[in-house]
Design a protein around this ligand. Structure first.
Ligand SMILES: CC(C)(COP(=O)(O)OP(=O)(O)OC[C@H]1O[C@@H](n2cnc3c(N)ncnc32)[C@H](O)[C@@H]1OP(=O)(O)O)[C@@H](O)C(=O)NCCC(=O)NCCS
Length: 175
């Protein structure tokens, strides 16, 4: 997996209070890069998700790492945006083949940027990196699902060019 760097949109990003056991010091001038997750990033990913959602889901994240984060996982991507050893954000996605009759397309099902690092292009860097990989894998359609109440994530995906699609979600409570 290649490394993508946050270019001209890069602006000083406030360092989050230590969310990892002991992140290596990073110089403020260091660029933000997007790359495949490594096992050593996992604690910071778990902490970031807990910060954003208010729930720590260690077992879940270990399972996600096994499924999406190990090298050689075809059609699955688990990216992190890092400055030095500090994880500023992550994105997880995969190609889904012929779901509900739809030709293979890329799905993004998780994206989070550290609240202290937002609005500096980090989310866009992750999104662009994921899209480039999906393209390389031969898909030309991207999908995601989001909560109606989450206007922030809606604004972000709209800013990237995503629009309402032809599929609708249905759900019910199981007896
Ligand atoms: C959505 C999110 C990933 C955006 O990350 P980011 O690094 O701030 O994104 P960027 O800086 O690349 O912003 C890109 C565009 O998104 C939109 N955007 C970002 N933050 C916004 C805000 N607070 N309000 C409105 N639009 C916003 C803007 O259009 C922005 O473009 P601009 O900078 O030219 O205005 C980040 O806010 C986040 O992690 N939010 C919580 C995500 C979440 O709820 N995850 C759970 C579901 S998976």
């Amino acid at each position: 997996m290649s490394v993508t760097t946050l270019g001209s949109r890069s602006s000083p990003v406030r360092r989050r209070p230590a969310i990892a056991a002991a992140p290596a010091a990073a110089t403020p001038a260091e660029p933000v890069r997007a790359r495949a997750v490594r096992r050593g990033d996992l604690e910071q990913v778990i902490a970031l998700d807990a910060t954003v959602t208010g729930v720590e889901k260690r077992t879940y994240w270990q399972r996600v790492f096994r499924r999406y984060g190990q090298p050689g996982k075809e059609q699955r991507q688990f990216l992190v945006a890092v400055r030095g050893a500090d994880v500023l954000g992550f994105l997880i996605g995969e190609v889904r083949d012929w779901e509900f009759g739809s030709p293979p397309c890329g799905w993004i099902f998780a994206i989070d940027v550290d609240p202290a690092a937002r609005q500096s292009g980090t989310g866009t860097l992750l999104f662009d990196t994921a899209c480039a990989t999906f393209r390389r894998w031969g898909v030309d359609k991207l999908r995601t699902l989001l909560s109606r109440e989450n206007t922030l994530i809606l604004s972000f995906f709209r800013s990237q060019g995503m629009m309402a699609g032809p599929l609708i979600p249905l759900e019910m409570d199981l007896p």
